[in-house]
Design a protein around this ligand. Structure first.
Ligand code: SF4
Length: 364
């Protein structure tokens, strides 16, 4: 059996769900942090395999979803300038800004390009020395090193027509903010395996100890998610609150030191506005002073743009786990993946998009 098939094996999933049922004696609220885990849970019906009362709360771990509207508006403002080529990952082109999305601006003639890596954007900058090339990058600690590498390479090669509109976020501060929130219901977390592949497990230990919550580092295939849930519920039932690595085939305790070194070299920790959640202290990464010349916000004077979220969209409550997507009155009515009102409907990792794709007939 291939590795992928082994982690999608129905017999293994049934064994794990039976093991979870055998150890569960009471209701628990568990948050899966990552949008990739949410997608897997809804696609494979993992929540429907759990004992009654075990409630999965879909957390804020989709990078496209938590990118604040003001960054979409900043990208739109830069892309509308003459002589600019704006590059980004495909998902970002469909995220609605205040008035339109990047795809709409491209249709009007702006030079907006989909790339698969920030280094593709570097290549475009080398080929077009008389144009300004901007890479719009979002994401967690997982993708930040690739963006950091592009900034490092641009600086080394003095590629002065290249810059970055970078909106990166950090997971531990948002977990802390959720646990500090007066309406918090989360009792245990499935940590995001890919983030810990870079950062390791150590950052989560003080959180688990201080807030008395188990944090289980978990993968993304259905058997991985069930394994993480089993470990989390076992800790809760036994009154233990530890950081546990249930994704050992990928995550090392200390993560990837070379990637961490690159992050320290290029970025600094800043307070960051998360869509729907507000400002999270130390919740983001921004290019540091050594890389200020590659900061597109500075270069194109868009740092003052600030935008209000649309009131009709309740993605903030979805991201805090206070609302299931299907409970939003706009779900499937005015808000669909073709015409999304909010970012959680745009990204394939967004909770609203996952419910729409796999559950809309159930909730229609
Ligand atoms: S269904 Fe649409 S409007 Fe409702 S919270 Fe999700 S993205 Fe926002």
């Amino acid at each position: 059996m291939s590795l992928q098939k082994a982690f999608r094996d129905p017999a293994a999933a049934k064994r794990l769900s039976a093991a979870i049922a055998a150890i569960t004696t009471r209701p628990w609220n568990i948050m899966e942090v990552c949008g990739g885990q949410t997608h897997s849970i809804i696609k494979y019906g993992i929540d429907q395999l759990l004992p009654e009362g075990v409630n999965l709360i879909h957390g804020p771990g989709c990078p496209v979803c938590v990118t604040p509207l003001e960054y979409i508006d900043k990208a739109l403002a830069i892309a509308a300038l003459p002589n600019v080529i704006l590059c980004s990952f495909g998902d970002m082109l469909r995220v609605p800004g205040s008035r339109q999305d990047l795809l709409g601006l491209k249709a009007e003639g702006a030079d907006v390009r989909i790339v698969y890596s920030p280094t593709d954007a570097l290549e475009i900058a080398r080929k077009h020395p008389n144009q300004e090339v901007v890479f719009f990058g979002v994401g967690f600690e997982t993708t930040a090193p690739t963006i950091g590498l592009a900034a490092y390479q641009a600086k080394q090669s003095q590629l002065n027509n290249f810059s970055l509109l970078a909106c990166h976020v950090r997971v531990p501060p948002v977990i802390e903010a959720l646990l500090d929130s007066p309406d918090n219901r989360v009792q245990g977390f499935l940590g995001a395996g890919h983030v810990c592949t870079i950062m390791g497990c150590g950052e989560y230990v003080p959180l688990a100890e201080r807030y008395r919550v188990p944090i289980v580092i978990t993968g993304f295939e259905p058997v991985d998610v069930l394994h993480g849930l089993y470990a989390c519920i076992k800790q809760l039932e036994e009154g233990r609150f530890e950081v546990e690595n249930a994704y050992r085939r990928v995550v090392r305790e200390h993560g990837n030191p070379a990637a961490q070194q690159l992050l320290r070299q290029v970025f600094e920790v800043v307070d960051r506005n998360w869509r729907g959640l507000g400002t999270i202290k130390h919740g983001g990464l921004a290019l540091n002073d050594d890389y200020r010349d590659f900061n597109a916000e500075r270069r194109f004077s868009v740092d003052a743009i600030a935008t209000q979220e649309p009131v009709a969209c309740r993605s903030g409550d979805v991201l805090k786990g206070l609302l299931k997507p299907s409970e939003c009155s706009e779900f499937g009515v005015r808000c669909t993946p073709e015409k999304p009102l909010g970012a959680t409907m745009v990204s394939s990792e967004g909770a609203c998009a996952a419910y729409y794709r796999y559950r809309r007939l159930q909730h229609g």
